[in-house]
Each structure stands twice: as C-alpha cells, then as structure tokens.
Design a protein around this ligand. Structure first.
Ligand code: ADP
Length: 259
C-alpha cells in the first residue's frame, strides 16, 4: 500500500534522459560507495558520459572518493548543477546539501525529497546516471525506485554469509519493485598479504557467485580486498582511474554494463 501511495504522489517516470543504474546492498560497509565511484570512473574511461548521485544520507562519501570535497554545486532556477570531478564524472551528493561534520537525522520524506533534488539536477547530456543508494531497503530506496524507475540495479555483497543474506533481501526488494537486477558483484573477495604474498579469504570465498546463481542472476565479478583500494579511495584517487589488475577488474564490470 505504501509503495502504491508513494508512486501515486511521485507520478510517472520521465520518458527520456540518462540510463539510471542503482547500486544497492543489503547492509553498510560492504563497499557499495567504493564500487559506485569506481564503476562510474570505469564507465567514463570507456567514453560514456557519466553522472553519479551520492544518495547515501547516512554517510555521503563520494566527494572524498572522487576528490570533489572542495567543489561546490551551483544552482540555476532552484535546479542543482553537478560538479565535474577530476575523473570526468559529474557528481551531486547528499553531502553537498548539508554542512560537513553535521550529523544528519532526516526523516524519510525529507531524505526522499533531497534525493529527488539530486536526481533531478541539471545533468546535461549524460549517458548513465549511477546512483549510490543508502544501504538497506527503506523509504529513500522506495521513493527512488517508484519515481525514477532505474533501468537496472547492481547488488554489492561480500562473500560472507551474513552479508549474502542481506544482499538476497536487496535482490528481492528490487524484484518486488520491478527493477531489473543486473547482477551481483562480490567485493572484498580474497586477500593477498603484502608481506608474505600468501592468499587468504577473510570473508570466505565464492559465496556471492553461488548466491547469484541460486537467485538466477549474472555474477558480475569479484573485487579483491586490497589495502591499495582503501588507501587510494581515502586519497580521492579511485583505482579504476589507474592501471593494473584492480583497474582491469573495474573495467570488466563496466563492460558488463555497456556491451
Ligand atoms: P559502503 O558504501 O557499502 O558502506 P564503503 O564503500 O564506504 O562501503 O567501504 C567501506 C570501507 O571499506 C571503506 O573504508 C573502503 O575504503 C573500504 N573498502 C571497500 N572496498 C574495499 C576493498 N575491495 N578493499 C579494501 N578496502 C575496501
């Protein structure tokens, strides 16, 4: 009932515009923001014109991840104009609507309104709009899905059982909302010790692939747990913008969305 009510209020989806790709996860901390940023950069490297909406109200991290902390969005007729990050990806973030370091305790409708403002920003001529959703399956996600009808949703999970259960819930949520699930990406899969070179699996191995198979969706690949990913992300230099096996892994993920 609630979904129907929100859909009625929100009206129908816009007829044209960029392809909306929602990136979701069942819980926080699995690397959804890191993955969204790097996917956006990888798509841009393939020549796509890409926008990124940082919809994570509880922890907007995209300005940091994409070195855009000093960039301020402008507004034109109350419409927000995204900033252009050094990686060519346009960005609007929940973090740009509030002062840094201020705790955000928004109620659902306020958060949903803010998200609408970001998605309806003046994105210009872009091909893809990647949406980094807050973790879970709450009001913000519902509004987004009902109002903007993403072309597809990508689910991020670690290989760990508990995260997988949450990821499965996220898959079911998108199915219920009739948003096509593009596939599942496994993050933090496998760790190679930088000292001794020994490989290990802190969060298990192969879980997300097996779960994607069980649910009948494509498995889109795995991103290793790597100190380089964490340090590069913190420094605002997304690994997807560099060279090497990790950049290749993100390029492959982008391929799955372009073909
Ligand atoms: P979420 O958006 O799901 O909450 P984040 O993208 O913020 O997760 O990632 C949580 C933390 O884990 C961040 O410190 C990030 O740098 C780190 N992280 C994410 N993916 C990896 C990875 N593959 N290897 C190492 N650290 C990672």
């Amino acid at each position: 009932l609630r979904i129907a009510h929100m859909a009625e209020r929100a009206g129908s989806a816009p007829a044209k515009g960029p392809r909306l790709i929602a990136v979701g996860s069942g819980k926080g901390g699995v690397g959804k923001s890191t993955l969204s940023a790097n996917l956006a950069v990888a798509l841009a490297r393939k020549g796509r014109k890409v926008g990124l909406v940082d919809a994570d109200i509880y922890g907007p991290s995209q300005p940091r991840l994409l070195k855009a902390e000093d960039l301020k969005p402008q507004a034109k007729d109350k419409q927000m104009i995204p900033v252009t990050t050094p990686y060519g990806v346009k960005l609007l973030s929940m973090g740009m609507l509030v002062e840094p370091d201020k705790a955000i305790a928004w109620r659902g409708p306020m958060a949903a309104g803010a998200l609408t403002q970001l998605i309806e920003g003046d994105w210009g001529d872009i091909d893809d709009l990647v949406i980094d959703l807050p973790p879970g399956t709450g009001d913000v996600q519902l509004t987004m899905i009902q109002k903007f009808k993403p072309a597809g949703a990508l689910i991020v999970s670690t290989p760990q059982d508990l995260a997988l259960m949450d990821a499965t819930r996220a898959v079911r949520f998108f199915e219920k909302a009739e948003v096509p699930v593009i596939g599942v990406v496994e993050n933090m899969a496998g760790y190679v010790c930088p000292h001794c070179g020994e490989a290990s699996d802190p969060f298990g191995s192969g879980g997300a692939e097996a779960e994607a198979k069980r649910l009948g969706y494509p498995f889109l690949g795995r991103i290793p747990l790597a100190i380089d990913i964490r340090t590069a992300s913190d420094a605002g230099t997304p690994p997807a913008a560099g060279e090497g096996p990790i950049a290749d892994a993100f390029a492959q993920l982008a391929d799955a969305l372009v073909e």
